[in-house]
Design a protein around this ligand. Structure first.
Ligand code: PRP
Ligand code: URA
Length: 209
């Protein structure tokens, strides 16, 4: 079974609390999302493989380590996942970025795909799928399925806030995928919003309604 990693680092918890606050406007929400994503990426990449290289320092030749092979792909689920890309790129500037367009049908809550573009060599990379919210888990599960259909095996899912239902759904559909979150909240309401959550992440990020 994939791991569920809940990141309880004080900086992450503090910033997510500010994001939850309904008084936080789009500008600050965007900045906080970027910062939290960067902090989470540090932990998500903890087990990237390393290889030895020879480096000449000003004083001596040393054998030291760099990240091995093709690095990472960041795959935001549109729209709200876009807000997590810049923060991760600040830590991994060489990462390639793909996009998956999905929206939740408001009546059925089922994901509808409208776009998918992955890096050409996606199969050789760790793909980090990002979306601030894991509610029913329908969007994340469908996105992982699309990625797997293109031959990708090494996938991690990163969300800021999850509902227990979403975690369960992804673990059931994709037991090989590790999930990283800042918080698992209480429940979903009848409209599929996470309670207490932080409302509609896409709308808060882009100032739409
Ligand atoms: C939100 C969120 C996730 C999805 C989560 O996106 O960003 O993608 O809902 O819900 P689920 O786990 O029940 O599938 P939304 O469909 O509102 O689209 P948007 O990002 O374009 O606003
Ligand atoms: N999507 C959001 O943006 N927020 C929720 O609470 C659930 C799904």
């Amino acid at each position: 079974m994939g791991r569920l990693v809940i990141m309880d680092h004080p900086l992450i918890q503090h910033k997510v609390s500010l994001m939850r606050d309904k008084g936080t406007g789009s500008k600050e929400f965007r900045e906080l999302l970027e910062e939290v994503s960067m902090l989470m990426a540090y932990e998500v990449t903890r087990d990237l493989p390393l290889r030895e290289v020879e480096i000449e320092t000003p004083l001596a030749v040393s054998r030291t380590k760099v990240i091995a092979g093709k690095k990472v792909g960041i795959i935001p689920i549109l729209r709200a996942g876009l807000g997590m890309v810049e923060g991760i790129l600040r830590l991994i500037p060489a990462a390639k970025v793909g996009h998956i367009g999905l929206y939740r049908d408001p009546d059925t809550l089922r994901p509808v795909e409208y776009y998918c573009k992955l890096p050409k060599d996606a199969q050789e990379r760790l793909l980090i799928l990002v979306d601030p919210m894991l509610a029913t888990g329908g969007s994340a599960s469908a996105a992982i399925t699309f990625i797997k259909q293109r031959g990708v095996k090494n996938i991690k899912l990163v969300n800021i806030i999850a509902a227990p239902e979403g975690v369960q759904r992804v673990r059931q559909d994709h037991p090989d995928v590790d999930i990283y979150v800042a918080a698992v909240d209480e429940r979903l309401d009848e409209q599929g919003y996470i309670i207490p959550g932080m409302g509609d992440a896409g709308d808060r990020l882009f100032g739409t309604k």
